[in-house]
Every structure is written in structure tokens, then in C-alpha cells.
Design a binder for this molecule. Structure first.
Ligand SMILES: [Zn+2]
Length: 170
């Protein structure tokens, strides 16, 4: 008899806007891998690239990551109608994600925003560190994981605080 407890993996599938650059795509994948690593693969993200030009108002019921651009009037409409202010990223739980790479300072900053919004996507609220509202930390901390384990019924010894370990320069 074995008392090894095998956790099931919860898979989150997201469509990726065709407008992301390859570098931005890789940053989003890195952000996803950080969550997978920190949660010991209790979470898995699957990305599907698409050629569809998502409309930010119409896609809201879908699991899509939309690349918002300050030059794209649709971002302003979205911010006016939905958010009520200028954003770097936005994500209601279990729904769409908006990322605005042109408003981030660096690739690391973009990667942190992506990780933060993926955290909201899996249902997390604001806590230090990656889920801090300012997204200043490059780490999924114990605080983030306490919240995660509350929600996903795990123990802290099953997860591990994790930081971005390789940062590509811009
Ligand atoms: Zn947030």
C-alpha cells in the first residue's frame, strides 16, 4: 500500500492574441511556468495561438489573453467601459486577461505583470508578493501560496516559493 498523495492538475487553457511579439509570448510562457513550478504542477497553463483578432468587448466571456495597445482605441473603450482607468494588465477570475506590454518598463516588468494576471485568472486576490497590486516582486512568495493553498486545498509543504530565475534583457 502506498500513502503517496498524488495531486490532480488543474488545467487552464487560454487563447493568445496574434499581436503578441515572440518575446512577449515567451515572457507569458515564463510567467505560466513560474506558477506551475511554485504550485508543484497543481496548476497547468495551456496556450493556443490564434489568428483571430479579438475584440476586447466581445471576447469577455472567453479565456483569451488580449494584447492591448495604448494606440488601439479599443483599449480606451475597454478601460472606460470595464475598468475605469489606465491599466498595465487586467484579469477577472477565470475569464479573459488583458496585457499592455507598451506600458511596461522592461521585459521583466511585463513578465511580472503577466504572472500577476495569471494569478488573478486562477482566482487569486492581492497578497504580497507576485499578487501585490504593484507587481514589484519577481517571486511567487509564501503569502501568495498560502492564498493559493486555501483555494486549491493543498498544504504549504507541497508548494514552493519561486522566483523568475532567468531574465532576458530587452
Ligand atoms: Zn491585481
Amino acid at each position: 500500500m502506498s500513502n503517496v498523495h498524488t495531486k490532480s492538475t488543474k488545467v487552464f487553457a487560454l487563447y493568445l492574441d496574434k499581436d503578441f511579439t515572440r518575446t512577449e509570448e515567451l515572457a507569458i510562457y515564463n510567467a505560466a511556468r513560474l506558477w506551475e513550478r511554485a504550485t508543484n504542477n497543481m496548476i497547468k497553463f495551456v496556450f493556443k495561438k490564434t489568428e483571430v483578432d479579438f475584440d476586447p468587448i466581445l471576447f469577455m466571456s472567453q479565456n483569451v489573453i488580449w494584447r492591448g495597445s495604448p494606440k488601439d482605441g479599443r483599449l480606451l473603450i475597454f478601460e472606460t467601459v470595464v475598468v475605469g482607468g489606465e491599466i498595465l494588465g487586467f484579469a477577472p477570475p477565470h475569464k479573459y486577461i488583458v496585457l499592455v506590454p507598451e506600458r511596461t518598463d522592461s521585459l521583466l516588468h511585463f513578465q511580472k505583470i503577466a504572472a500577476h494576471e495569471l494569478g488573478h485568472h486562477i482566482g487569486l486576490l492581492h497578497t504580497p508578493a507576485i499578487m501585490d497590486s504593484g507587481s514589484k516582486s519577481p517571486c511567487i512568495s509564501k503569502h501568495d501560496l498560502i492564498q493559493f493553498c486555501d483555494k486549491y486545498s493543498c498544504n504549504l509543504h507541497e508548494v514552493r516559493a519561486s522566483c523568475f530565475d532567468y531574465i532576458e534583457s530587452n
